[in-house]
Design a protein around this ligand. Structure first.
Ligand SMILES: Cc1cc2nc3c(=O)[nH]c(=O)nc-3n(C[C@H](O)[C@H](O)[C@H](O)COP(=O)(O)OP(=O)(O)OC[C@H]3O[C@@H](n4cnc5c(N)ncnc54)[C@H](O)[C@@H]3O)c2cc1C
Length: 104
């Protein structure tokens, strides 16, 4: 197994690191933002300095493909998102039934 260095602890870096680690690789994540997470979700939202992620304090929407893969490959992460209050939203349900064919 390889030793892998991942640059950046954003969504892609952390997901990559977890998948590689799950496959048995030795993974080190290097992150430029100095402070790690500390406190509950409200504290992280209001106080965690993530200057490296400009969109950090915006709502984030994961596309269906990512969600499905996350639930399959990293279910503990999906569970953590649920526990943190992530919402499930079907954007296709907003499409008029004449176009979508409707939902049963
Ligand atoms: C305004 C905005 C809204 C968005 N909304 C959505 C959305 O709703 N849904 C969606 O799927 N995508 C959204 N995106 C896109 C999504 O945020 C990015 O595709 C995603 O964050 C990319 O993940 P990443 O891990 O590659 O990079 P980032 O999340 O940008 O993380 C990069 C990390 O690398 C660190 N870093 C940078 N340089 C170095 C270095 N030299 N050494 C060590 N660490 C370093 C940074 O500090 C940061 O932590 C949005 C983007 C923007 C700008």
């Amino acid at each position: 197994m390889a030793t892998v260095i991942v640059l950046g602890a954003g969504v892609v870096g952390l997901t990559t690191a977890m998948l590689l680690s799950k496959d048995g690789h030795d993974v080190v994540v290097l992150e430029r933002d100095a402070a790690g997470p500390d406190g509950d979700h409200d504290a992280l939202w209001s106080r965690w300095e993530r200057r490296g992620v400009n969109q950090f304090r915006l709502l984030h929407y994961f596309q269906p493909g990512f969600r499905a893969r996350l639930e399959r490959e990293l279910p503990a992460v999906a569970d953590s998102l649920d526990a943190a209050g992530a919402l499930r939203h079907n954007v296709m349900a907003l499409v008029p039934a004449q176009l979508s064919g409707g939902f049963s």
